[in-house]
Design a binder for this molecule. Structure first.
Ligand SMILES: C[S@@+](CC[C@H](N)C(=O)[O-])C[C@H]1O[C@@H](n2cnc3c(N)ncnc32)[C@H](O)[C@@H]1O
Length: 242
């Protein structure tokens, strides 16, 4: 029996209509499906494919042992996640050895800040792994604002809200257009950095881009709430144009 293949399939930002034809085909014929989720949640990637799957599909939910309970700087965080990814890859390797193909669901693009990358690096030298690229969450977010994000020779910088405030402010100051992801409880730090960089007043907050509960508003109008996990801040470039 020949071995199977792992497919890391990008699903796009949330609306199933924004998926590639290849992703759609692989999903509808998949016999084995794997996806990440927070314990006790259904998982965003799994939600996107509701109603698309083969009736006999076998599902493998990979539940993170920690998310925000331990700081990422704590060695215990890396140890817990590293052991978790090894367990996941052991399971996937066993399926592939039995000749099974497995579709791993990836929200957005698999190679853009996605958990799938941790499986990919552990598996790619030993078993066949194919990656299906996709529209990113940030693309869904700036499209939702109805304004182009970059013009001419604008510099676009993508930043994680988890970075230190000075690093954020410095990078924002040196950019024309800015995207901030992974915001959550870092929102006040991100706002302060945007103010330092003179970009707070033109920043937009997009929650759940391309999903049924999408919201789009000026960041200044958003109040003081902690933003949900699926939130992105966009500052549009205003570069040269004819
Ligand atoms: C682990 S990263 C995954 C990025 C994903 N691979 C991509 O291509 O967009 C998760 C972060 O992406 C952002 N994100 C992804 N999709 C989003 C969406 N549809 N709406 C708002 N934010 C989104 C959020 O900032 C979230 O904290």
């Amino acid at each position: 029996m020949t071995g199977g293949t792992i497919y890391g399939v990008g699903l796009g930002p949330g609306d199933p209509d924004l998926m590639s034809v290849r992703a759609d085909r692989l999903l509808r014929t998949a016999k084995h499906l794997a996806f990440f989720r927070k314990a006790g949640r259904s998982g965003q990637a799994r939600r996107i494919v509701n109603g698309m799957l083969h009736a006999q599909v076998t599902e493998f939910a990979m539940e993170y042992p920690v998310t925000t309970e331990i700081p990422v700087t704590d060695p215990a965080y890396n140890a817990a996640l590293s052991a978790f990814y090894t367990q996941c890859t052991d399971h996937l390797r066993a399926l592939v050895a039995q000749g099974q193909d497995v579709v791993v669901l990836c929200e957005g693009d698999p190679f853009f800040f996605g958990s799938f990358m941790h499986l990919y690096t552990r598996l790619k030298d030993d078993i066949p792994v194919e990656v299906v690229p996709a529209i990113t969450g940030m693309s869904g977010a700036w499209t939702a604002t109805g304004q182009p994000v970059t013009w001419g020779d604008d510099i676009l910088t993508v930043l994680m809200g988890t970075l230190p405030q000075d690093t954020l402010a410095d990078a924002m100051s040196r950019s024309d257009a800015v995207v901030v992801m992974k915001i959550g409880r870092h929102i006040e730090k991100v706002k302060s950095a945007l103010k330092t960089a003179g970009k707070y007043d033109t920043a937009w907050l997009i929650e759940y881009a391309s999903m049924p509960n999408q919201t789009v508003q000026k960041l200044a109008d958003a109040g003081d709430k902690i933003t949900p996990y699926f939130s992105i801040i966009v500052v549009h470039g205003q570069g040269r144009r004819p």
